[in-house]
Design a protein around this ligand. Structure first.
Ligand SMILES: *Cc1c(COP(=O)(O)O)cnc(C)c1O
Length: 227
């Protein structure tokens, strides 16, 4: 694990260097879905500082066990409105907000516990019917509507591109997300900062970094294949 983690960190540093970016502007989110608490603990001891989880129930159990450890938890999976209550209690950043309905519920729950919940808006650039994510044409309005919710703070955008084995095929999705980020930034919506671009997984994170990723979500390259 330690060795795999070091290899991933080296690859991040290397591609940040060759694409003229500061390696410190690229944060590694180690995606620990399906990995049991002892393995996640090992990752934290090996130097992981941010963990990404996809399922609320699974995350509740793990975070309960590992709560004394100095690590930040991010939610990256599809979030059902009825789980918003748990999400705001458990996670520092929620990457996958894609509807106003979900945002309103998160706002309500964050208000109850006196928290400003940081979120990203997930975008569905390919407009695949099967996928979560806001459509591009709705994005500006969604960002504006969410910006009015006082207990949410919009930090950027997230994408899960259509699955391709070839990084050159996902590259246009990553650059499109960066351009959308820049457009929303230009609109200068109060309470919306757009500093973060969550994109890139095991198969394509180097391409994502070249295109401006600030959060790469990597599971398999760190933990090995999920069963
Ligand atoms: C599982 C998952 C990842 C990590 O995928 P790997 O290919 O194992 O690196 C990243 N992002 C999301 C949203 C995921 O569900």
């Amino acid at each position: 694990m330690k060795k795999r983690l070091e290899t991933v960190k080296d690859r991040i540093k290397k591609v940040a260097g060759t694409s003229g970016r500061n390696p410190e502007d690229v944060c590694l989110v180690a995606v620990s879905k399906t990995m049991p608490a002892p393995i996640v603990r090992e990752a934290i001891e090996a130097g992981v500082t941010i963990l990404g989880e996809n399922y609320i129930q699974e995350a509740r159990e793990k975070i309960g066990i590992l709560s004394s450890l100095p690590v930040s938890w991010h939610f990256i999976g599809h979030l059902q409105t009825n789980k918003a209550k748990y999400a705001v209690k458990l996670f520092d950043l929620i990457h996958s907000v894609d509807t106003l309905k979900l945002a309103r519920e998160l706002n309500k729950q964050a208000n109850k516990i006196n928290k400003i919940q940081k979120i990203l808006i997930q975008v569905n650039i390919g407009e695949e019917a099967s996928k979560s994510g806001a459509f591009v044409e709705d994005l500006q309005y969604l960002a504006k509507d969410i910006s009015l919710l006082e207990n949410l703070s919009v930090k950027g955008l997230m994408i899960i591109p259509p699955f391709y084995n070839a990084p050159e095929k996902v590259q246009p999705f990553f650059s499109a997300l960066r351009e959308l980020r820049d457009q929303i930034r230009k609109a200068a919506i109060p309470n919306v900062t757009m500093d973060e671009l969550s994109m890139g997984m095991t198969g394509d994170f180097e391409t994502a970094i070249e295109e401006g990723a600030t959060l790469v979500r990597i599971g398999t390259a760190i933990f090995g294949e999920r069963t």
